[in-house]
Design a binder for this molecule. Structure first.
Ligand code: PEP
Ligand code: MN
Length: 359
């Protein structure tokens, strides 16, 4: 349920509504848009114990809310997620990430322009990371990716360098001024990874790790939430809702391919999820064509398709020597391939009236 305030409602009236909700065991989440202030109502209702978005709130309460000073009307949100929904927040949300290499010292994700995040799947050695970082920065990427804690399907696969990998990422940030995105796998590592990372990544295998979502929700860090490989868009937005409902508003969705019956690709890149998510939600959405396809020759075409479909950023794996990569070599671009892809990506962005933020 959403309480829509009148255009000229004052702070006292807003606080009164929040207090009213609190007195009824509910919590109100404020969204102050340019046009209007809305309050998302969260909590269990007395109605069959269902969350208010699903079961609806007790009718008496709804009427009382509508009668409070400054309240314009009360709307039911038709979706089970609320804070993530466009009904709650009609304008696009933008997420600011500090990046010294960008004019003004920060990069906006979800705004008019497109952003490139690139780097190795996994931090392997200092030389590997620095070489990749220097090359992708030169080509126009402003955010450096690299896993230090790697989820691995097999327990015998490389699991990453851990904190040592984070230190190398921080070193690359100092050297090239790029922001750093890296995965955090467990709630107990969140505080430590926050010390090094500018963006936390929640991997596909952890999209429904609710303890992790809660913990990250209690921070203020920008977070890229990968779609679970078998998750519906609704489940993905409900996972985003976990983070948002804890107070962290800096959520970025990431389409990274889903499981289908098709075997020609590692995953099926669901390009349609980009405009679907944009319609249902106000959150920025980015696209990972590397995990999305599993094959480097498909990364370029899916990058261009994602931009055409409205992605706000790309997350692309680039390795100085993919044949020797410890992880995901087959889907990692060479530096040369990445250099060739960037101008094509820029051309597609221009065709739909967007630019790339490269500095
Ligand atoms: C990755 O980005 O390298 C990764 C492991 O992603 P995902 O969680 O989407 O598989
Ligand atoms: Mn990978």
């Amino acid at each position: 349920m959403i309480v829509v305030m009148k255009a000229h409602s004052n702070n006292e009236e807003i606080q009164h509504v929040l207090k009213f909700l609190q007195n009824h065991g509910l919590s109100g989440h404020l969204s102050q848009g340019v046009e209007r202030t809305v309050i998302g109502v969260l909590g269990q209702t007395s109605n069959a114990g269902l969350p208010s978005g699903i079961g609806g709130i007790t009718p008496g309460l709804e009427d009382s809310l509508e009668g409070l000073p400054g309240v314009d009307n009360v709307l039911r949100v038709s979706k089970p997620y609320k804070l993530a929904s466009r009904e709650f927040h009609p304008e696009n949300t933008t997420v600011e990430v500090p990046a010294a290499c960008v004019d003004g010292g920060s990069v906006t994700i979800g705004g008019k322009d497109v952003v490139m995040m690139a780097g190795p799947c996994t931090v392997e050695t200092e030389t590997q990371l620095m070489t990749a970082a220097e090359a992708v920065r030169k080509a126009g990427a402003v955010i450096l990716r690299g896993g230090a804690f790697k989820p691995s399907t097999s327990p015998y696969g490389f699991r990453g360098l851990g904190e040592k990998g984070l230190q190398l990422l921080a070193k690359a940030r100092d050297e090239f001024g790029m922001a750093v995105i890296t995965e955090v796998m467990t709630p107990s590592d969140v505080a430590m990874v926050c010390e090094y990372a500018d963006i936390l990544q929640i991997g596909t295998r952890n999209m429904q790790n609710y303890m992790l979502l809660d913990e990250i929700g209690r921070t203020n860090k920008p977070v890229v939430l990968k779609r679970g490989m078998s998750a519906t868009i609704e489940e993905w937005l409900l996972a985003a809702e976990y983070v948002l409902s804890q107070g962290n508003k800096n959520v970025i969705l990431c389409e990274r391919g889903i499981r289908t019956f098709e075997k020609a690709t590692r995953n099926t890149m669901d390009i349609s999820a980009i405009p679907v998510a944009k319609t249902l939600s106000h959150l920025p959405i980015i696209s990972d064509p590397s995990q999305g396809t599993g094959h480097r020759h498909l990364v370029g075409p899916m990058t261009l398709a994602s931009i055409a479909a409205g992605t706000d950023a790309l997350l692309i794996e680039v390795h100085p020597n993919p044949d020797e990569a410890l992880k995901d070599g087959a889907q990692s671009l060479t530096i040369q391939q990445f250099n060739e892809l960037m101008p094509q990506a820029q051309a597609v962005a221009h065709a739909i009236g967007r630019d790339f933020i490269t500095r």
